[in-house]
Each structure stands twice: as structure tokens, then as C-alpha cells.
Write a protein that binds this ligand. Structure first.
Ligand SMILES: [Zn+2]
Length: 75
């Protein structure tokens, strides 16, 4: 069973969390971690996930557990 976490009341896996951040499907995602930061919009807890949107790219993504805020190290 993949590890699941709760984001905005929905269960997510590393892959579905990465897809939430990216806005489309991803090739591969690493394990979900607790980010060492809080949400700039609501102050909530932020999850971190590393993923590969394509073969040649690795992105670190962040998603607030409580609101719509998300970001990546590309931003
Ligand atoms: Zn938030």
C-alpha cells in the first residue's frame, strides 16, 4: 500500500499529490514528506513531493494541506 496523506480533505498518494501540483499526470513520484515551511496563504501545513514530469526533468513540488496553494522549485 502506498503511503497516503490528507490534502483538503482528500486522500492522496505521492503520485496523485504530484499530479495535483503539476496539473497533469507525472511519470514518477518520490515519497511524500512534510515540508519545512508553512503555507504563505493560510499558514497551514505544507507537504513536499519530488517528481518527474518528464524523463529529463526533476521537480520539487509543494502543496498546502488546507487550501489551494501549491508551488514548485521552477516558480
Ligand atoms: Zn494554505
Amino acid at each position: 500500500m502506498p503511503e497516503t496523506r490528507v490534502v483538503q480533505g482528500r486522500m492522496v498518494t505521492a503520485e496523485s499529490l504530484a499530479e495535483l501540483v503539476e496539473g497533469e499526470s507525472v511519470m514518477e513520484a518520490e515519497a511524500i514528506e512534510d515540508a519545512d515551511r508553512t503555507c504563505p496563504d493560510c499558514g497551514g501545513d505544507v507537504l513536499e513531493v519530488g517528481y518527474m514530469p518528464s524523463v529529463t526533468e526533476f521537480v520539487t513540488g509543494w502543496k498546502c494541506q488546507d487550501c489551494d496553494w501549491k508551488g514548485t522549485d521552477r516558480d
